[in-house]
Design a protein around this ligand. Structure first.
Ligand SMILES: Cc1cc2nc3c(=O)[nH]c(=O)nc-3n(C[C@H](O)[C@H](O)[C@H](O)COP(=O)(O)OP(=O)(O)OC[C@H]3O[C@@H](n4cnc5c(N)ncnc54)[C@H](O)[C@@H]3O)c2cc1C
Length: 276
């Protein structure tokens, strides 16, 4: 698998809501080979504060034709010094980008695709929805209609204020369902409760795939729901990581095949493989 390291120009770095930003990078080579679920690491400063590169999911690949697109977007939340510094970068600045890294989502020949995003876990799912609907190559309009009807995203957040990307997913044409813990928007409760309801309504079959990203407890719950109903589920895990290349073993998780590095064997895993 090809991994590139480039000084990459920032085209935009916009605040989208309090504490959340979207950065657009001119990355023609990475955007051409990236797969949904893969990530990049950014060296945010030229000195050693912060020392380590920071990992971020590829949120979208933009351009008219996904094959020829030259930009990638990263959606991020300011949580500490690295992301604080990132939020101060300006269009025209350059960032050292390494990627695409890791193993992304499998694009199964699936009938229903149910995407489940909790909090910032929404970040990689937009790129996935882009590919599910448009494919790698321009699809026929009937094919796109079919994919739109059969792709639904469940977006979960604590409150309405933390909901992200509703409009973006709606513009892609897939079904969008919302849940908030406090009921300030959409279904009141956890996004996994909403998943149970959707599965019941859709009479999910073996041709359904669940793709999930979010807090570990949410992913565990998704894996239980999927396992009970014998539905395929892929989960994208987040662990602290240092090298991002599978060398330092800092981000290993317990799986049925032994310890595996999230940065190399994941971040996307078959939910049945993880020892929760
Ligand atoms: C594969 C992968 C993909 C990611 N994609 C995104 C993304 O698309 N958007 C985004 O905003 N963030 C993403 N993250 C998390 C992101 O890497 C961290 O938020 C970032 O490194 C924080 O750096 P910092 O210096 O600002 O804060 P730090 O000082 O490093 O951390 C501040 C606090 O943030 C939390 N935190 C930091 N890193 C992680 C982590 N890896 N897992 C869980 N909690 C963490 C902890 O609570 C920590 O105390 C991803 C992480 C991984 C491993």
């Amino acid at each position: 698998m090809k991994i590139l390291q480039n000084k990459t120009k920032i085209l935009d770095n916009a605040k989208i809501s309090e504490g959340y930003y979207k950065i657009t990078l001119q990355a023609p080579l990475i955007s051409r080979i990236a797969q949904p679920g893969q990530f990049i690491t950014l060296r945010i400063s030229d000195n050693y504060r912060p020392l380590l590169r920071r990992p971020f999911s590829i949120h979208s690949v933009s351009g008219k034709n996904l094959e020829g697109a030259g930009r990638i977007e990263v959606l991020y939340e300011v949580v500490g010094p690295g992301t604080e510094l990132l939020s101060q970068k300006e269009p025209g600045d350059y960032l050292d980008v390494l990627g695409p890294l890791g193993k992304g989502f499998s694009m199964f020949d699936t009938r229903y695709s149910i995407l489940v995003g909790g909090g910032m876990g929404i970040a990689p799912l937009y790129f996935l929805a882009q590919r599910l609907i448009a494919g790698n190559t321009p699809a026929s309009s009937a094919g796109r209609q079919y994919a739109r009807r059969n792709t639904v995203i469940l977006i979960g957040a604590k409150t309405k204020k933390e909901l992200l990307c509703q409009k973006g997913f709606a513009n892609l044409g897939c079904g969008v369902r919302i849940s908030t813990d406090d009921g300030s928007a959409g279904f009141k409760g956890r996004v996994t409760d909403l998943l149970r309801i959707i599965l019941r309504a859709r009479h999910a079959t073996e041709r359904t795939t669940i793709y999930a990203c979010g807090p570990k407890a949410m992913l565990y719950c998704v894996s239980l729901i999927a396992g009970r109903q014998n539905i395929a589920a892929e989960v994208s895990l987040e662990e602290y990581m240092a090298c991002g290349l599978g060398v330092c073993a800092g981000c290993e998780v317990k799986t049925k095949q032994g310890y595996q590095a999230v940065c190399k064997h994941g971040p996307v895993f078959d939910s049945r493989v993880i020892k929760w």
